[in-house]
Ligand binder design. Structure first.
Ligand SMILES: [Zn+2]
Length: 338
């Protein structure tokens, strides 16, 4: 039998290694009154590891994470996004600055001042690539992918531009390119469309691009594993049927089966209070297609569905759903007989 202190993610069972509490929903997404779900069965090593590797990524560098800013949930640090790419989308508003890569300040939810960037079209992939100053050294632009620069009065086929907040930054980029052997020659003179005399547009359409890769999926899977431990208890969470999930979350072992679901979140479980609210996080575990499946939806965006345990099922009372709205007590979804 496990003693009082056994970590649900690793074999740790020394009582003095359990000083902190693990938040089922990462703290960045808010507190839920006196009903904020926390766990005492995650050891300090795992807790620290999750905070650094998974929670920060989910709360700062995913679509869900930056969406929380518009719900008034901010970060303690500004820090620009690296995985999620935000770019000015609408050519009518952004003009020559279409495609400009920007970042959100996590402490305010506002755009950060942009930094100088070199854009070049890759004909092989059909996409524009963006390079910041720190990535210019050693950059090579094979002709087969990018075309060639103009030379000897002939126009080249490169499709490139430098976007800079100041003349100095622009010149620094030109110099960096040239010292890397990239024959960039300024064509159009530098201009800042939002110089002091012209008002910056009051709103700009921003395109958000991100990929849902393993660390992102593990961060979501961790919430589901925590949710299982919180609602079904530590003894259930320690059962071998959760081994795959715990190893996936803690050690990145294996690959979980996940998909984006189109189902309305509260089908069969909804009460009037649970219906669509775009400031909430919905979490559910249930039996589906012969498996135990977990689902999470942030702010009515996407619903992630993950197969947590294959070919197993929960008892009816163990299927459970909750809606978490910051500063409110969690609301329970009821599974109704179908
Ligand atoms: Zn642990």
């Amino acid at each position: 039998m496990p003693n009082d202190k056994t970590c649900i993610y690793c074999p740790q069972s020394e009582p003095f290694r359990f000083c902190g509490v693990e938040h089922v929903i990462p703290q960045g997404f808010g507190r839920f009154g006196s009903g904020t779900p926390t766990l005492n069965c995650v050891c300090d090593d795992c807790n620290t590891y999750f905070g650094r590797e998974l929670d920060q990524l989910l709360t700062r560098d995913t679509y869900e994470g930056i969406s929380r800013y518009s719900r008034g949930q901010f970060s303690s640090q500004a820090r620009s996004q690296k995985r999620v790419r935000l770019a000015f989308a609408d050519p009518a508003e952004a003009g020559a600055f279409q495609g400009l890569r920007v970042a959100l300040d996590g402490t305010t939810g506002q755009l950060m001042p942009f930094t100088v960037q070199f854009h070049i079209h890759n004909f092989r992939t059909g996409k524009d690539e963006v390079y910041f100053l720190s990535r210019i050294a050693g950059l090579t632009l094979p002709e087969a992918d990018y075309g060639k620069p103009g030379a000897d009065g002939e126009k080249g086929t490169w499709r490139c531009k430098i976007l800079a907040p100041s003349r100095e930054a622009y010149d620094a980029m030109v110099e960096a390119l040239q010292s890397s052997g990239i024959a960039f020659r300024p064509g159009t003179p530098f201009q800042n469309p939002w110089a002091a005399e012209t008002a910056a547009p009051s709103s700009l359409l921003v395109e958000i691009t991100s990929e849902i890769e393993k660390p992102h999926k593990r961060a979501i899977a961790k919430i589901l594993m925590n949710f299982v431990a919180f609602h079904l208890g530590r003894d259930e969470a320690l059962r071998p049927r959760w081994d795959f999930l715990r190893c996936y979350v803690r050690n990145a072992a294996g690959e979980i089966k996940a998909r984006l679901s189109q189902r309305p979140f509260w089908t069969g479980q909804e009460t009037d209070e649970l219906r669509l609210r775009d400031d909430s996080i919905n979490v559910r575990i249930e039996n589906l297609d012969g498996n135990i499946v977990g689902a999470i939806q942030f702010y009515n965006l996407y619903t992630y569905e993950m197969i947590l345990v294959e070919n197993e099922s929960l008892g009816t009372a163990q299927e459970i759903g909750r809606r978490y709205t910051p500063d409110e007590l969690p609301l329970e979804g009821e599974k109704r007989p179908v």
